[in-house]
Ligand binder design. Structure first.
Ligand code: R5P
Length: 302
């Protein structure tokens, strides 16, 4: 039987787009929340012997994760042959070492939970910094879809003379790739983070800023303090107000309003987290990666 794409609440449009690419049906998982805070889930389609992909982006993960694991268990209970996860944004990738004694390494624990409940994983640009590859921490077949081709393409189509800027050393991997694809030059700034909302970024005075459009590229905007500090640094170095492009528009609390107020000329994001700044779709790329892993599951059974 053909695979089935299931969507968790809030993921219906992106799951439908992925199912269209995969040429299979998309079914929304119904979730009923009881007054006591527990949930009951219903999947109204025959899953017996079918390979299943559950779509659930994982910003605000603590609100979503219990129901996601229940959905995976339900799919197996209903006879699914395999259950994969398409998480356009994958949470808990940044706490990848023990920063202080006794502190949790949640990247490792979260990956253990996902690897226990799912047969495979697809995501877009996970925050791979000290962790070299996704499969270093995930015990299941996993594909990290790069956003750089889609971002590079957007820049070519929308910005005439871009100068790409990575706000910190960690962003070098993304900004260098986008530079290769778009043909624009790039530089990486220096960042010091002293706390969740306390970030300083420095940029050298630069003559190029007078005649090119600065485009800051980063993987995640959470508090947006990194982007806000980078905007100040670029403007202080003689540049015009930059365009900001992020893969994952997490934007905690008032972060988006703060970023606009800080003078971002335009804020553009990929659609891994639903947000008004979404302008670049990764649905087809994520679906193509899922197709490879669905095929792998089918081959395993032959
Ligand atoms: C850091 O390593 C990441 O690449 C981002 O720069 C960071 O997560 C952004 O966080 P915030 O928006 O809270 O400054």
């Amino acid at each position: 039987m053909s695979p089935c794409v299931l969507s968790m609440p809030g993921n219906v449009p992106r799951a439908a787009a992925m199912a269209a690419t995969l040429g299979c049906e998309a079914v929304a998982i119904e979730v009923h929340r009881f007054p006591d805070g527990e949930s009951s889930l219903t999947i109204s389609v025959n899953l017996a012997h079918r390979d299943v992909a559950i779509v659930c982006t994982l910003d605000r993960p603590n609100d979503k994760f219990t129901e996601l694991l229940l959905a995976a268990e339900l799919a197996r209970d209903l006879g699914a042959a395999s259950v994969g996860l398409i998480a356009p944004y994958l949470a808990y990738m940044r706490q990848d070492i023990r920063f202080n004694p006794g502190e949790s390494v949640t990247a490792k624990y979260f990956s253990n939970l996902v690897s226990t409940h799912f047969d495979w994983l697809v995501t877009a640009d996970p925050h791979l910094h000290r962790i070299a590859t996704l499969e270093t921490v995930y015990r299941i077949p996993a594909i990290a879809v790069p956003a750089a081709p889609a971002i590079g393409d957007w820049i070519v189509r929308h910005i005439k003379q871009a100068w790409l800027i990575g706000p910190d050393e960690e962003s070098r991997q993304w900004v260098a790739e986008v530079a290769k694809i778009s043909g624009a030059p790039f530089m990486v700034l220096e960042k010091v983070r002293r706390g969740d909302h306390d970030v300083a970024v420095t940029a050298a005075q630069a003559e190029w800023l007078n005649h090119r459009t600065p485009v800051i590229v980063d993987d995640i905007a959470s508090t947006a303090r990194t982007l806000i500090a980078a905007i100040s640094a670029v403007v202080a170095a003689g540049g015009i107000k930059p365009v900001c492009i992020v893969v994952h528009a997490v934007f905690a609390g008032d972060a988006f309003a703060d970023l606009k107020a800080a003078g971002a000329d335009q804020v553009i994001s990929c659609n891994t987290v639903a947000h008004p700044s979404n302008a670049i779709s990764l649905d087809a790329d994520l679906a193509a990666a899922a197709a490879r892993l669905l095929e792998k599951m089918a081959v395993r059974r032959r």
